[in-house]
Design a protein around this ligand. Structure first.
Ligand SMILES: [Zn+2]
Length: 231
């Protein structure tokens, strides 16, 4: 009965793909499989040396880094990130986290050997306003697939920053310098952690997070961003 009711509702108020407006079929949420399939992939996970690594190369603790999709202003990936971030579709973040992690398993990627998965934290106020941290949902998907423990309490974001998008170069770095603090350093000593973010642009935010962690003895840090934007 419930199924018939859902079909009837769909007939009058069809659930549409947020990217191409086609009617979604069973098993599709928010975005259709066809759109997902055609998103622009970076392929960076197959290369130890790639543009994400280059952004973070100055950090001694860096182990491996990659991003899954190219983010372009006005493009499908931007729409997708907005769905995850601003329109409550956190389950899409989870879905993408799982998909990325499945590919790492097949490729025996270094991320597989991480001890903890740590999403980049939002400022508490921002998280309350949004209701969730989108990067944490991506991280949850990764944790589900890899069985690596998720750690959400080890790092805190102390400062609300203005958007990085209007800032350039050195000012970007100044804007985020010292915005993170590590709350459980003893837990991370000697560990390999995988930092998870939704969009990486200049690398200054995730780099600031790495700087906060770098005082921990023996720490190694990998970075996964769902998308990478051109600077
Ligand atoms: Zn679609």
């Amino acid at each position: 009965m419930k199924k018939i009711l859902i079909s009837l509702i769909n007939l009058f108020y069809p659930n549409l793909c947020r990217l191409c407006k086609r009617v979604l079929i069973e098993g599709e949420t928010a975005v259709c499989l066809d759109c997902l399939y055609h998103l622009p992939r970076t392929g960076y996970q197959n290369y130890a040396d790639n543009p994400v690594v280059h952004l973070l190369i100055d950090r001694q603790a860096l182990e491996a880094a990659t991003a899954l999709y190219y983010y372009e202003q006005g493009g499908q990936v931007q729409k997708l990130v907005h769905l995850i971030k601003y329109h409550g579709h956190k389950e899409l973040g989870y879905q993408f986290g799982r998909q990325a992690a499945r590919e790492w398993r097949e490729a025996d990627h270094p991320f597989q050997k991480a001890d903890f998965i740590v999403p980049l934290p939002l400022h508490a106020k921002k998280q309350r306003r949004r209701g969730y941290n989108q990067s944490e949902w991506i991280a949850r998907g990764i944790a589900e697939e890899t069985k690596i423990p998720l750690l959400t309490t080890a790092i805190r974001r102390d400062v609300m920053t203005e958007s990085q998008t209007r800032l350039k170069g050195y000012n970007r770095w100044l804007n985020v310098k010292d915005i993170f603090s590590v709350t459980e350093p003893e837990r991370l000593a000697g560990k390999h952690i995988l930092l998870v973010d939704d969009v990486i642009t200049s690398g200054s935010t995730v780099g600031a997070c790495m700087d906060a962690l770098s005082a921990i003895p023996g720490i190694r840090i990998s970075v996964f961003a769902l998308t990478m934007a051109a600077q």
